[in-house]
Design a protein around this ligand. Structure first.
Ligand SMILES: [Cu+2]
Length: 325
């Protein structure tokens, strides 16, 4: 009885504690049903408050917020491959919710149908019930196999390298910035760590990097609707190349060349960052991706050549440009 009382909802904790104490000291006649009118009222009020809050939140939803819900919190995909991840993610949530609603429904049905009644005897105990045991072995197995099938299928598609790319970019992650070698254009761009160096030591307040500001963070330019092969290399430690809007990230590992392909299909500027803790200035490894028209891309390549940034930086570093800051 004391246990039953303690698990009752916590907003009635003080009353429960008193009752539990009564049970412990006063014995059997102190036994009381937890479904007192006070408890029911509290629960109803709670449900009503949550419903009201839900209505307010829904009423205040902008279309962006609704789109966020439709993607279950994922950023908007900006590549041809993005929707593969999106449908896997959303599908997993739907499957999880279906299973969750079924399990919660059965739980609450059991709570109510088999709740303790006054003077009730110990209920019948079911043991070694083969059909039930088979069910709770086979059902999770089917679920795990289902998740595995879709995960393996989508991962194979996302990591498949067809070598039919129109652009190849060698992304070099180094402590603590990025170099983008445009292989087919024979140009490069090299970045510097974002933020002033002392910002990480708490001496200066950290300023957010202005969006679309090329001087603040290195920028990778990509032509829209062209398949890009990303070749990831690192001269020092493990980094991770992550553009959240690509819904994809891949480690940049020294001594190893990781490759993936993606086709950006939405014009715009997107944030990127290192997603593998790589040392003290890991948080300064910010960059951005600019998806532009073919003409803008060509003009930018010409601009790089004019600045003298022809050729490739194998180790990602350039003595004149990427000085330690
Ligand atoms: Cu890093």
């Amino acid at each position: 009885m004391a246990l039953q009382m303690r698990v009752t909802t916590h907003w009635k904790a003080s009353r429960v504690r008193t009752e539990a104490m009564t049970v412990n000291t006063g014995g059997r006649d102190a036994k009381r049903d937890s479904g007192t009118p006070g408890f029911n009222f509290g629960r109803r009020a709670g449900v009503a408050a949550m419903g009201f809050l839900g209505a307010i939140i829904l009423a205040g939803c902008s279309t962006t917020a609704i789109d966020d819900w439709k993607r279950a919190g994922l950023p908007e995909p900006v590549t041809e491959q993005g929707p593969i991840v999106e449908s896997f993610w959303v599908g997993s949530w739907i499957a999880a919710m279906v299973v969750g609603v079924l399990v919660w429904g059965l739980m609450f049905w059991a709570f109510i149908a088999y709740r303790r009644r006054k003077n009730a005897e110990t209920p019948v105990q079911t043991r070694y019930h083969m059909p039930i045991e088979a069910l709770w072995t086979v059902a999770p197995l089917i679920m795990v196999m289902g998740i595995f099938y879709f995960a393996a299928r989508d991962a194979a598609e996302l990591t498949n390298v067809s070598d039919t790319q129109q652009q190849t970019v060698n992304v070099v992650g180094f402590r603590w910035s990025w170099t983008f070698n445009y292989v087919d254009e024979d140009t490069y761009d090299v970045g510097q760590p974002a933020y002033p160096p002392n910002a990480t030591q708490g001496e200066a307040p950290r300023q957010p990097v202005p969006p679309d500001n090329e001087s603040a963070v290195p920028t990778l330019w990509l032509p829209v609707n062209e398949k890009v092969k990303f070749v990831l290399t690192s001269p020092d430690v493990i980094h991770s190349f992550w553009v959240p809007n690509f819904l994809f990230k891949l480690d940049v590992v020294p001594g190893r060349t990781n490759v993936f392909e993606a086709t950006p299909n939405k014009l715009g500027t997107y944030a990127g960052k290192c997603a593998e803790l790589c040392g003290v200035d890991h948080s300064r490894m910010l960059f951005q991706v600019k998806v532009v028209t073919q003409e803008e891309f060509d003009a930018h390549m010409e601009e790089l050549r004019k600045r003298g940034q022809s050729g490739q930086l194998d180790n990602g570093r350039s003595t004149d440009k990427a000085q330690a800051v």
